[in-house]
Design a binder for this molecule. Structure first.
Ligand SMILES: NC(=O)C1=CN([C@@H]2O[C@H](COP(=O)(O)OP(=O)(O)OC[C@H]3O[C@@H](n4cnc5c(N)ncnc54)[C@H](O)[C@@H]3O)[C@@H](O)[C@H]2O)C=CC1
Ligand SMILES: N[C@@H](CC=O)C(=O)O
Ligand code: NA
Length: 435
């Protein structure tokens, strides 16, 4: 057997402790598959004394993560700390610049610094692997970067955040309150340290930007993702969607159009209405699913656990095994200096159907005002729902509609016409229907 592969592990939270447990339980099998023993040399986290339910006695401890990454007795640095800046990034730069392989689950870091880190990895002839960063335990990065490597990818989309999917599907199945289900997702280890990243769609946007670069060979452009989250969705929206034959899911979607050599990249994370017959409609709990449409493969669907200690550790250790086997690939499938520039695509001409929900003051003339704005903007309404009050009162009422297929710009124009209307008690909510 080749010499053992020595690991430094930074971060001992949900995922870090999961990696230790996985290597302890499956270590012998993993070493045989990797062709060499994989052993943890040193670890680092915030609090040395904390009980994590795993035995750390065999590993050296480093308080300083940068020193951990610079150790001579380490071949692979595994970063499971999190954060788009701070110690994770310092550790990643030190590891790669020092000729060590880096495995990370940190999508925020890859989305913000992926090109720089890939450049460092390539310049130093080492690997940067991040399977756990996108769709947790699903081998989506490997599937796209290797399994689908022969294809031009036409479109990529999916459910990329386990916490949001857990919240939406629990609210739908049980009618439970948003905050209550979010707390549960946090206690189950699905949520980010700051759960705003989950519920406002930022975490899914990190993952989408990474997938888009890999799928289309374009430079990572996280700042260009059009992001909205799930915090404004009410139980009533979920009920209305269901009555119309849809479920609500937070979807990340990207495509890239080439026009005379110019590339226009569309990247959006938003809640969509997904038809009940669509494969993504049945994806519930912390499960993720990634759909890639290849020009020769056709539709590929990758589905599995998107969050949680075991599945995420599985993806981290798969990357370590690849490194042990000597597979060094460009982090974004292509050499980083050949990734292409793109401009953000203008969404205004995209055609789709939309669910538009208003909370309105219950008084005469409101519906006429809304329908007039829609007519003036050229939006054609397919169905109209008004959920009135049980009894007379001052509470706002929900008015929702589904539009016929049309350009997004028309709906935007209609909402612009309604800006400042005294009838609307909050900003309208628009959710597109997944086609
Ligand atoms: N929990 C999950 O289901 C998944 C998490 N991830 C990613 O994996 C990474 C780790 O996530 P979790 O294990 O859930 O986080 P966690 O919060 O449970 O653990 C983070 C670990 O890093 C240490 N740490 C954090 N900030 C530190 C600092 N400034 N200095 C020193 N140590 C510090 C903490 O002490 C802890 O040991 C994150 O990048 C996360 O986005 C990726 C996929 C799934
Ligand atoms: N907070 C993330 C964890 C995995 O990436 C999620 O909920 O998907
Ligand atoms: Na993955």
């Amino acid at each position: 057997m080749a010499e053992k592969l020595r690991i430094a592990l930074a971060g001992l939270g949900t995922v870090g402790a999961g990696v230790i447990r996985l290597l302890a339980e499956n270590g012998e099998l993993i070493s045989r598959r990797a062709g060499r023993e994989i052993s943890i040399t040193a670890v680092s986290a915030r609090d040395r004394g904390k009980d994590r339910g795993v035995d750390l006695s065999g590993y050296a401890w480093e308080d300083d993560m940068t020193l951990l990454a610079a150790r001579d007795d380490v071949d692979v640095v595994v970063e499971l700390v999190g954060g788009s800046d701070g110690p994770a990034v310092a550790l990643a730069r030190t590891a790669l610049a020092g000729g060590k392989n880096l495995v990370t689950a940190n999508k925020a870091m890859v989305a913000h610094h992926g090109l720089e880190l890939a450049g460092l990895a390539e310049a130093n002839g080492v690997s940067l692997r991040y399977e756990a960063a996108v769709a947790g335990g699903i081998p989506a990065i490997k599937g796209l970067g290797e399994g689908a490597a022969a294809n031009r990818i036409e479109r990529i989309y999916g459910i990329l955040n386990g916490t949001c999917n857990y919240i939406l599907s629990e609210m739908e199945a049980t009618g439970r309150d948003f905050g209550d289900v979010l707390s549960e997702a946090q206690s189950l280890g699905y949520a980010e340290a700051d759960p705003t990243f989950d519920i406002e769609g930022i975490d899914a946007a990190h993952k989408l930007a990474i997938l888009a670069a890999l799928a289309f060979g374009t430079k990572l452009d996280f700042a260009a993702v059009d992001v909205s989250g799930i915090s404004r969705i009410r139980a009533a929206d979920i009920g209305q969607a269901r009555a119309l034959g849809y479920v609500i899911r937070l979807i990340g979607l990207a495509d890239c159009a080439a026009d005379n050599g110019d590339r226009h990249l569309f990247q959006r994370v938003a809640p969509y209405l997904v038809p009940l017959r669509h494969p993504l409609a049945g994806v519930s709990g912390p499960t993720n699913a990634v759909v890639a449409e290849g020009n020769f493969s056709g539709r590929l669907l990758f589905e599995g656990a998107g969050a949680g200690d075991g599945p995420t550790a599985s993806a981290v250790v798969a990357d370590i095994i690849d490194i042990a086997r000597g597979n060094v690939l460009p982090p974004f499938s292509l050499p980083v200096d050949t990734l292409q520039d793109s401009a953000p695509a203008d969404p205004g001409n995209r055609r789709n159907r939309a669910y538009v929900r208003f909370m309105v003051a219950d008084r005469p003339g409101v519906l006429a005002e809304i329908t007039a704005a829609m007519r003036d903007a050229g939006v054609s309404i397919e169905s109209f729902i008004q959920k009135g009050q049980e009894e007379d009162g001052d509470e706002p009422v929900l008015v929702a509609m589904v539009t016929h297929d049309g350009p997004e710009g028309s709906v935007t124009k209609a909402l612009d016409l309604l800006q400042g209307s005294a009838s609307l008690v909050e900003e309208p909510l628009v959710m597109r229907l997944l086609g």
